[in-house]
Ligand binder design. Structure first.
Ligand code: HEC
Ligand code: HEC
Ligand code: HEC
Ligand code: HEC
Length: 376
């Protein structure tokens, strides 16, 4: 199933739940509304914001034209019952009868889609593209694609994205003593840090030079307690926990020892405290000689991510699917809606919950992408 692709790390949308509670909605949609009556009502009560043609009159108001009827009806009912909160719409929806709701949903669904105002430069708004441009300044040490070659300099390619962002911020805060890194990353703001992390996380890691010390076989045995967090053979499946597989041995040794002194992560300190230098050399030899691998769940472009959203959102001819159409939707509205799900301000029967740590950058990128697509 698609569950593993989307689920664990990048975005935790619960993909089950798709069919749940939908029968009710689908049944309601079968009772067709009266388009002419819906039109009269829309002209009176909706036009001021949603336009005569169902096109939004201002940023952050959604287009309604050509939206799925079942979705429009479900949303209106959610405003009415207070499940979805918006003061104006609650007011409007509570005054409407069941028939009014059906009619107005039928009317907006029957309208042709609004033309996308201006084709946007998607490259310009893609967090991956921006991340790549920002990464140019890291290339001379970490490699253009994040595959560093100098001993002591870590590979960033394929590293877990949340961890990467956290690591950059640790240098900002001086939690890690390395002034050269602080100066190179200091001017990047939080969104830039997310974009850099996203770009590097999406690159394919290359195995570093083999370790020159330590006994990998002995290291494997002593790494048993590390694998629970860092993943089998050092490939992490958690976006906040770094992969260690194939990482530069010199860097790994230094990083591990630094938890005894300068690095402030107490969780890690506990595991390192009882290890002698020889144990560390062995464990490092083991991890450094493992095959590196980028996390499965890390998409490498907005289009790739959108393709996953489209499993639900682009399902023509599936009456049970109440996921709304998004192509050509107002960008600011999409940003707002996605943040509302992420921040738990908008509920969804499909548990449309995002837990992606770079969500501001990703949300922005996805919203720009959908807003720039021609509506169908
Ligand atoms: C005062 C401006 C205003 C008026 C009038 C108004 N709306 Fe809205 N409508 C909005 C805004 C803003 C939102 C986004 C609210 C949110 O964040 O949930 C919205 C959202 C919606 C949605 C949800 C769309 C989606 O993609 O999730 C539906 C359906 C809707 N309105 C239908 C109507 C109908 C039908 C009427 C008239 C009976 C109406 N609205 C009148 C401003 C308005
Ligand atoms: C002058 C060389 C140099 C440049 C330029 C540089 N780095 Fe680094 N970077 C290093 C070194 C050396 C380390 C290891 C430092 C340490 O031991 O803490 C490091 C460590 C890191 C780490 C920690 C990795 C981990 O596994 O914990 C991250 C993240 C990072 N750099 C990101 C960046 C980014 C992003 C840029 C560009 C904005 C950048 N670096 C530019 C040399 C550099
Ligand atoms: C309870 C979970 C957990 C366990 C067990 C654990 N780690 Fe970690 N490890 C983490 C997390 C989380 C981080 C990131 C911490 C940070 O931001 O400094 C980390 C960071 C590291 C780093 C820094 C990587 C880098 O790129 O800078 C190394 C090296 C490391 N761990 C090695 C080990 C070793 C060796 C063991 C076993 C002896 C171990 N860890 C056990 C969770 C764990
Ligand atoms: C498992 C199916 C599923 C997947 C996958 C999915 N969605 Fe949704 N989405 C839904 C459903 C169902 C709704 C309606 C929920 C509600 O009523 O609030 C929805 C609503 C939305 C809305 C609100 C739109 C509006 O008009 O108010 C946005 C924005 C959205 N999804 C974006 C995304 C993005 C971006 C992705 C991919 C990263 C995605 N969705 C993946 C099922 C899905």
């Amino acid at each position: 199933m698609k569950k593993t692709i989307l689920g664990i790390v990048v975005l935790s949308f619960a993909l089950f739940g798709c069919g749940e509670k939908k029968t009710e909605v689908a049944k309601a949609a079968v009772a067709k509304g009266d388009v002419a009556a819906g039109k009269a009502l829309a002209e009176k009560s909706c036009k001021a914001c949603h336009g005569a043609d169902g096109g939004s009159v201002a940023p952050a108001i959604p287009h309604l034209a050509a939206q799925r009827e079942a979705y429009l009806l479900a949303s209106l009912n959610e405003y009415k019952t207070g499940k979805r909160t918006h003061a104006a719409l609650r007011d409007i929806a509570t005054k409407m009868s069941e028939a009014d709701l059906l009619n107005v949903a039928a009317y907006f669904a029957s309208l042709p889609p609004v033309a996308v105002a201006a084709a946007q430069d998607v490259k310009h708004t893609s967090p991956y593209e921006t991340g790549k441009a920002l990464a140019a300044s890291c290339g001379k040490c970490h490699g253009e694609d994040g595959n560093a070659k100098t001993p002591g300099t870590p590979t960033l390619a394929g590293q877990q994205p949340h961890y990467l962002a956290a690591a950059i911020l640790e240098y900002h805060r001086d939690d890690r003593k390395k002034t050269s890194m602080k100066s190179v990353t200091l001017d990047s703001d939080r969104m830039d840090v997310e974009k850099l992390a996203l770009y590097f996380a999406a690159q394919t890691p290359v195995q570093r030079a083999p370790p020159t010390r330590g006994d990998a076989a002995a290291g494997e045995a002593s790494s048993a307690m590390c694998g629970g967090c860092h993943g089998a053979h050092g490939v992490s499946v958690d976006s906040a926990t770094p992969s260690l597989a194939g990482q530069d041995a010199e860097y790994l040794g230094k990083a591990t020892r630094s938890y005894r002194t300068t690095r402030q992560n107490w969780g890690m300190q506990r595991y390192i405290a009882n290890l002698g230098d020889k144990d560390i050399d062995n464990i490092v030899a083991f991890y450094a000689s493992q095959q590196p691998k980028a996390g499965d769940q890390i998409p490498s472009s907005i289009q790739e991510l959108a393709a996953k959203c489209n499993h639900c959102h682009d399902q023509e001819g599936n009456p049970a699917m109440t996921a709304p159409k998004m192509n050509g939707q107002d960008k600011d509205y999409l940003v707002m809606a996605l943040r509302a799900y992420r921040d738990g301000k908008r509920e969804s029967t499909t548990m449309h919950n995002m837990s992606f740590p770079y969500s501001n950058a990703i949300v922005e990128g996805l919203a720009s992408w959908y807003a720039s697509q021609p509506a169908k």
